[in-house]
Design a binder for this molecule. Structure first.
Ligand SMILES: [Zn+2]
Length: 130
């Protein structure tokens, strides 16, 4: 049970990082060495504003500083990544009883899924939201 909780935490955190990659690479911004900011008012976001999925729900989808609606893509990407990580976890456990093989399969699946999610959501973002 604790492992599943950690998988959910890992999936949500990686999903949050994938949103950084998706949104910043479409605007040619660096993905490292810069604090996250509101895309509207440019206010730096504090740790409570950066909790995957939870921050969006706590703030009711709005920026805590300027109250502008935040894109629904942020929680969608975080939630999709979390669900894919949980599915990869159970699929790995289903396909093998060897813990090392399970770990390798899980790692390969989450890398592949993360790349596919970035490609898909970058396409959606550039095609429909820019
Ligand atoms: Zn704002």
């Amino acid at each position: 049970m604790i492992v599943l909780f950690l998988i959910i935490l890992l999936g949500a955190s990686i999903g949050s990082f994938l949103t950084v990659i998706i949104f910043r690479t479409t605007t040619q911004e660096t993905i490292v060495f810069r604090h996250s900011r509101c895309s509207h008012c440019r206010h730096a976001l504090y740790p409570l504003d950066l909790l995957p999925i939870i921050s969006y729900l706590l703030r009711r989808g709005k920026c805590a500083y300027c109250k502008v609606q935040i894109s629904w893509m942020y929680p969608l990407i975080e939630l999709t990544t979390t669900l894919f990580f949980v599915l990869a976890f159970f699929l790995s456990a289903f396909l093998s009883t060897n813990i090392i093989v399970q770990g390798v399969m899980f790692f390969c699946q989450i890398i592949l899924l993360s790349v596919l999610l970035v490609i898909f959501f970058r396409y959606v973002h550039s095609k429909y939201l820019c």
